[in-house]
Design a protein around this ligand. Structure first.
Ligand SMILES: [Zn+2]
Length: 166
């Protein structure tokens, strides 16, 4: 088990786009395991992108199964080279992020999505989901594109100082 340090803004690794996974081998499996281990070791963390642990590759881990807001759930996921195929029904909800520890924000995102990608062994996968899981996936996808949630804040009144730390 390798728990990695989670980077915080303004680290450049969080604001640069990541690169596609081109080989699916032991290095990618190790990275996937590190992402899962670090996510599970972090209280309240439901997703983690590779560039949050300093690796600029297009891969993230996700697990919303224990979260009280979860409606649709695919369990523990690691998705490589994710591509958003479809998104609809925008909803505005509060978000937080381990890389932005002192703030939360109201962010508008599609509540229903279809996403394609690959598992860490290189097998193609398609995820159709909604609600909290969809939001978590879109949040991680933003990380891989070099954005954190505060980049999506529409007005200063949608940004809040965090009151509760897990
Ligand atoms: Zn985040």
């Amino acid at each position: 088990m390798t728990v990695q340090k989670v980077l915080e803004i303004p680290h450049l690794c969080l604001s640069n786009p990541t690169t596609e996974i081109t080989d699916f081998g032991s290095e990618e499996i190790q990275l996937a395991n590190d992402l899962i281990d670090t996510m599970l070791a972090s209280p309240g963390c439901v997703g983690l992108a590779a560039n949050q642990i300093g690796v600029p590759r297009r891969i993230f881990a996700l697990d919303v199964s224990g979260h009280h807001k979860t409606t649709s759930c695919h369990g523990k996921l690691v998705i490589c080279n994710p591509v958003l195929i479809d998104g609809s029904d925008n909803v505005t909800l509060r978000e937080g992020c381990m890389s932005v520890p002192h703030f939360t924000g109201d962010i508008t995102r599609p509540s229903k999505i279809c996403l394609k990608g690959y598992d860490p062994q290189g097998a193609p996968m398609e995820i159709i989901t909604e609600g909290f899981e969809a939001r978590a996936i879109l949040h991680e996808l933003d990380h891989l594109n070099g954005y954190v949630f505060i980049d999506r804040i529409e007005s200063p009144t949608a940004l809040f100082k965090r009151k509760v730390y897990l």
